[in-house]
Write a protein that binds this ligand. Structure first.
Ligand code: SF4
Length: 183
């Protein structure tokens, strides 16, 4: 967070989370080679929507970025696995599980380049602190992050997220794009 990166945002999502801060239904068709030409700098964050919905194109893009020696990050809701050979090319995978979705936390947490980000707050897909108190101790806490739900720059839940992260012995994540950009 806070480091310059080119964001590649893939359209569409297999979830419809209340308060989603991304316009997931607007897109422009582009080939992977054309995307590569638009990359500025050495760091790329592939996000969505849900990037794994376009798995073939995603795999092609990651291979191109890897060949170009880019630092590759990806954000996913974790519902679809990514092939092992491709996972190895990615520097940092941020999995943001949604409560109630069918996610395999053991699969993701077994990969050392995976960070798990749990959002707490009032939306139905957010994680109740009581459930996190049960599951976080069995996860690699140095790679677990707690973040507050929020679509306004005041982020009222951030203090609660910080306190919970400290109690669970894991990390706190802010929402810099919301604080700076408003949405
Ligand atoms: S998984 Fe992410 S991108 Fe998809 S609807 Fe939920 S918040 Fe939005």
């Amino acid at each position: 967070m806070g480091r310059p990166a080119t964001f590649v945002r893939l359209a569409g999502c297999n979830l419809r989370c209340e308060g989603c801060d991304t316009p997931i239904d607007r897109w422009e068709e582009m080939q992977s080679e054309a995307v590569l030409k638009e990359i500025v700098g050495d760091r790329v964050v592939i996000t969505g929507g849900e990037p794994t919905l376009q798995m073939d194109e995603l795999l092609g893009l990651i291979s191109l970025l890897h060949e170009a020696e880019k630092e590759i990050h990806i954000e996913t809701n974790g519902l679809q696995p990514i092939p092992e050979g491709i996972l190895k090319m990615i520097d940092c995978i941020v999995v943001s599980p949604k409560q109630g979705s069918d996610i395999d936390l053991d699969y993701w947490s077994a990969h050392k380049n995976v960070h798990l980000k749990f959002v707490i707050g009032p939306a139905p897909w957010c994680w109740p602190p009581g459930i996190l108190r049960e599951i976080v101790p069995s996860l690699p806490r140095e790679r677990v992050w707690i973040m507050a739900f929020g679509v306004g720059p005041e982020l009222k839940g951030s203090r609660g997220a910080w306190d919970l992260a400290m109690r669970l012995g894991c990390n706190y994540s802010d929402r810099l794009h919301i604080r700076v950009g408003g949405r």
